[in-house]
Design a protein around this ligand. Sequence first.
Ligand code: PMP
Length: 456
Amino acid sequence: MTKMPSTDEILTKDAHLIQSFANLDALKQADARTAIVGADGVHVIDSEGNRLLDGIGGLWCVNVGHKRREIIDAITEQLETLDYYSTFYNFTHPKAAALAAKVASLAPGNLNRVHFGNSGSVANDSAVRMLHHYFNRLGKPKKKKVLSRHGAYHGSTHLAMAMTTPAYSDGWDTAADGLVHHLMEPCHYHRTDPEMTEAEFLDVLIEDARKAIHDIGPENIACFIAEPIQGAGGVLVAPDGYNKAMRELTAENEIKYIADEVVTAFGRLGAMFASQDVFGMTPDIITTAKGLTSGYQPLSATIIDDEIYEVISEPGAMFLHGMTYSGHPAAAAAALANIEIMEREDIPGRVKTTGKQFETGLKGLIDLDIVGDVRGSHFMIGLEFVRDKATRTPFEADANVGMAVAQHCQKRGLVARALGNSLILSPTLVMTPEQIDVVVGTVGESIRATMADLGR
Ligand code: PMP
C-alpha cells in the first residue's frame, strides 16, 4: 500500500491539474480545493480525514455506492484475463458482447443495438453522427440540423457543447454553431408569465417546437435531443406530458428522438431507463453513461433502434466511427457487475421508496424564506434560491448563494453541488432512510445558516 500524500503535497502538485467547469483563477488559492482520497458506501473521505456523505454520487454517477467489492473484483479479474482489446474491424470480446446484449434487453422497444464510447459527450456525438449517416443513406442528405433546448446539458466535446444550452459556453466557441437550434427551456418555474398554468405552458412549448420545425423545415432536421429531466441546467422538469408530446411531434416530421439518459438511466428515477417506464415514450436512440458502470470505469452507450441499424448496416454501408476504448473489457466487466448488483438488490425498485422519501423531504424545505423552488424527482433534486419568493426575483447572477449553501453543507459533513444560485443533490441510490433524513436535515440547516449570513 503506498502512503497517502498530505493535503499540502497533493495541492502543490495539483497546481498542474486543470479542473473542469471551474473558476481557475479562484482555484489558485489552494484552500479553495478539496482533495478526496477515499470512499466507501455512501461516504467519501477528504485529505484531512473528514468523512462526508456523498450527496452528489461522485458526479450523478456512483449509483450503487462506492467501493463495491463485486465491481472491483470483476475489473481485476478481467484485467488478468484480457487487459485490452478493441471492438474495431472484425474484433469483439466476451464482456463487450455480453454487455451489449444485456443493455439491449433492458432498453425499451426495439432499441437493440449498442455502440460503446467512453463518456456521455461521446455517446451524444455518436448518436448525431450515426443519424447524419443514416439520412445520407436514405438519400436525405439535407436532414442535418439538431433541435435541442435552452437549459440542456449534453457534454463538452464541440458538438455536445453546441447542443448544450448556450449559457454553458459563454465566451467559448462551439464548432457546430448553426447546426443546432435551441427550443425554449421547459421549466415551468422560469416561465415568463406567472399566471400561466402547467398545461398552458405545455402548449406554449409544443407551439415553439412546431414553429421551429416549420421555420427550419423538417426536411433539414435530423433529430431532437432531450434529457428526460434536464440535470446540469438546474434540474429543470418539463410539464407533464411534454416528453410524450415531443415524441409525437418529432415522429410526425421524421425527426429522430435522442433521449439523453446519461443521468436518468440505471435507477436514479426508479427505473433502469426512464424514457418508457417513467415518461411513457420510446425514443429512437438512448444515450447513457454514468450509472452504466456507477462511475467505476469510464463507459457510455449509444443504443439505437432496429430500423436505424438496418439502414446503417445495409450492404455497401461502412460504419466509419468508433473510439479506441469503445467497449473496453475492464469497463464492460464493471458495467456487467454493476447491473447485476442493481438487479439483485432491486435498486430501481428500492429507489421508488427511498428516492420518494428524499424528494418529499427536500420539497418540504420550500417553506424557507430564500427557497423559491424545489424541483426534480427521486434522487435527482435541485433547489433554487431567490431574493424574493413572491415575485420570483432571483439573486444577482454572481451572488453564488448555491456555493454559500454548499460550503455550509460541507462543514456539516455533506457534499452538495452549487450551480449558480441553485443547489443540486444527486446522491448514491443506496442511502438508508436514516441517512436520507440526515441529508435533508443538513441541507435545511445549511440554508438557514446561509440566510443568517445574508441577514435574513
Ligand atoms: N448528458 C448529460 C445529461 C449529462 O449530465 C452529462 C454529464 N454531466 C453528459 C451528457 C456528458 O457526459 P460526460 O461528462 O461523461 O461526457
